[in-house]
Design a protein around this ligand. Structure first.
Ligand SMILES: [Zn+2]
Length: 232
């Protein structure tokens, strides 16, 4: 078995998706050095965090969580790029499993009922072939032993042009992007909404506008990375 593995790594050299260095046999996707040194937010240990402040007064969230803090041209950006543009969906799942290990220790998400990845519009899903948030969610669901629901919540509109628009236009645009297919399935549930990257929070706000119609619903948010805007 080891022989085959060694042989395979000669043909397909395995490297760390964050730093590019070769991986040791026991390592997968991310080397141990990067695992220890990537900028974790640790927001699960601090409920009054920068991400929760981003949503303050806009979206009432139980937990606001992200695994890493995004830095332009940094290693976290490399990870996200590998997932999105190099088809590394298994890397997204791996990161979900890694993050879940931290969250289990603190019992942060014990009372979550269902995990819902932010859906892609069907045209975009067709184009990319997979939903990166769904694969991240898959890793979380597996480790946290919570069900994932990709049916009850749907994206009706594409929003790819949004980034080019000005901020005030964007807020007007968020209503009606998402819709609920199955209200009944979400009544009185604590939903964990899963996204890959959060920047302005507009997508989560749009999701909330649809979800808030469900009776007794509670929402928490989790992402691979959070790109905090510099307040200068
Ligand atoms: Zn590395």
């Amino acid at each position: 078995m080891t022989l085959i593995n060694d042989f395979m790594s000669l043909i397909y050299p395995r490297h760390c998706e964050a730093c590019g260095n070769g991986l040791f046999k026991q390592e997968a996707y991310i080397c141990n050095y990067c695992k220890l040194n990537l900028p974790k937010s640790n927001y699960h240990k601090n409920s009054q965090n920068e991400l929760s402040l981003t949503f303050a007064g806009r979206v009432p969230l139980v937990n606001s969580l992200c695994f890493y803090l995004f830095e332009k041209s940094g290693k976290v950006q490399k990870l996200l790029h590998a997932i999105k543009y190099q088809n590394q969906k298994e890397l997204a799942q791996f990161i979900g499993e890694l993050y879940a290990q931290d969250l289990i220790k603190e019992k942060t998400l014990d009372d979550i009922d269902v995990i819902i990845p932010i859906p892609l519009h069907k045209n975009k899903l067709k184009l990319r072939g997979f939903n990166q948030s769904e694969w991240f969610a898959k890793g979380l669901a597996k480790m946290l032993k919570k069900p994932m629901d990709i049916i009850s919540f749907e994206r009706r509109q594409e929003t790819s042009t949004q980034t080019k628009k000005k901020k005030y236009q964007r807020w007007e645009n968020v209503e009606g992007i998402f819709s609920i297919n199955d209200q009944q399935a979400l009544i009185n549930k604590h939903v964990l909404l899963v996204d890959d990257v959060i920047t302005t929070g507009a997508t989560i706000e749009a999701a909330w506008l649809a979800l808030k119609e469900v009776e007794g619903i509670k929402v928490s948010v989790i992402s691979i990375a959070f790109a905090a805007r510099k307040l200068s």
